[in-house]
Design a protein around this ligand. Structure first.
Ligand SMILES: NC(=O)c1ccc[n+]([C@@H]2O[C@H](COP(=O)([O-])OP(=O)(O)OC[C@H]3O[C@@H](n4cnc5c(N)ncnc54)[C@H](O)[C@@H]3O)[C@@H](O)[C@H]2O)c1
Ligand SMILES: [Zn+2]
Length: 384
């Protein structure tokens, strides 16, 4: 357990069935708003209600919707540059992690002083310049809660997390209508991403009493609702629980940190553009099995919290094994691909993958069991 720990989080959180309507009271100080979103979300009509509220308030606004999924840092910079032309004083992100991460970068890069590339070298350079509001449409990355923005770095075949507390959103709106019609493959992959955040943060070397509070509640909400939320379009309660769970898991990331699942996942996103939630889902069971000797006590604690009809008298080994089997079952039921063959990753790329994965020291140091290059190779081999 760490001796010192802390938590920074968004100052204003509005949640509930009609939370979007709170927008009216939030934007009163804004004179020019930029709405960040992407083409897929725009097509769903999810931007219509926030847009109508802004129009009713008579506030000038522009929509920037050409954000690509999982942008690299050049693409993110191009979006920041588009934003700068608007001279806005308020940002609203309506989207998944890709949209929110670009919006968060824009909130600290509104002048020409620094670029996204500068932040890759020194993430703490820039300060908050623009008030920001995050409305997640996936459940999800938890990016609405975190100080992180993840960008691809093509020359390193990696994704890299820029971490700067100045990027933490000022406002968050969690409205389950935003995820109601999420297509199943996206709901499944983004849901398992949130699941990974919760279990990794709870078993991280940086875990602490504050992060555990959020990580365990997130794990409980997510494990007990993810299947229903992803497979039953009418399961609004389950979807609300997922949205809250993914937010809590994002809060847990901020105070604790993810571990080897996310570390080894970044090269799969960076080089092969496998969706973030899918690459995490693929690595979840192999990494948890690898970590089990170092985290079984924690998995037993998680079992007691999460498994509603569980047998408290089971041995630690049994509880831990059950938890790992449940995680594996969730990925299977949700039909998320678990082999790199699906993405035509050739076995001769293994050395490169191991080298790139081992570079993610920011997260590997959080893993309770040390991951050597040989271990990373064996884990990747399991998903080859
Ligand atoms: N900043 C953080 O703390 C953090 C944490 C985890 C992941 N991430 C990053 O977030 C990105 C992934 O974000 P994501 O998983 O939310 O996916 P995403 O934002 O890339 O969106 C994936 C697809 O889903 C569509 N979509 C989103 N919401 C929808 C909705 N409600 N209905 C229909 N379609 C919808 C989008 O149009 C897009 O095509 C990655 O770059 C990842 O590295 C960031
Ligand atoms: Zn993630």
């Amino acid at each position: 357990m760490l001796t010192d720990y802390s938590l920074k989080m968004p100052k204003n959180i509005n949640a509930g069935e009609h939370a979007i309507e709170q927008l009216e009271g939030i934007i009163t100080q804004a004179s020019k708003i930029v709405i960040f979103t992407d083409k897929g979300i725009l097509a769903t009509g999810l931007v219509d209600l926030p847009k109508a509220i802004i129009e009713k308030a008579g506030i000038d606004y522009t929509i920037i919707s050409d954000i690509p999924a999982e942008p690299n840092y050049h693409e993110a910079q191009a979006m920041v540059d588009e934003f700068k032309k608007e001279n806005a004083d308020f940002i609203i992100a309506i989207g998944g992690g890709s949209v929110m991460d670009v919006a968060k970068l824009s909130s600290i890069l509104a002048t020409d002083e620094y670029t996204v590339k500068d932040l890759l070298d020194d993430p703490l350079l820039a300060k908050k310049q623009i008030t920001s509001l995050m409305i997640p449409t996936t459940a999800g990355t938890g990016a609405e809660a975190t100080p992180n923005s993840i960008v691809g770095v093509p020359e390193k075949d990696l994704k890299i997390g820029i971490v700067n507390p100045e990027m933490i959103a000022d406002y968050v709106i969690l409205d389950s209508r935003m995820i109601k019609n999420l297509p199943k493959p996206i709901a499944a992959a983004t849901g398992v991403d949130a699941l990974c955040h919760a279990i990794e943060c709870f078993t991280s070397a940086k875990a602490n009493p504050i992060s555990n509070t959020f990580a365990l509640e997130a794990l409980d909400l997510i494990m007990n609702n993810i299947i229903e939320a992803c497979t039953n379009p009418e399961a609004l309660d389950a979807k609300s629980h997922m949205l809250l769970g993914s937010f809590y898991a994002g809060v847990a990331i901020t105070s604790s940190g993810t571990t080897a699942v996310h570390a080894l996942s970044y090269p799969l996103g960076g080089k092969y553009h496998i969706a973030h939630g899918v690459s995490n889902a693929m690595l979840l069971t192999p990494v948890m099995k690898f970590n089990e000797p170092a985290i079984k006590d924690l998995l037993a604690v998680a079992y007691d919290r999460v498994v509603k009809d569980g047998d408290k008298d089971l041995a630690v080994d049994e509880k831990s094994a059950y938890m790992i089997s449940k995680l594996e079952e969730i990925v299977k039921i949700l039909e998320i691909p678990t082999s790199l063959k699906t993405f035509n990753v050739p076995e001769e790329d293994l050395d490169g993958l191991v080298a790139a994965g081992m570079e993610v020291t920011r997260l590997l140091v959080n893993n309770k069991r040390e991951v050597t290059p040989e271990d990373a190779r064996n884990i990747y081999l399991e998903v080859m």
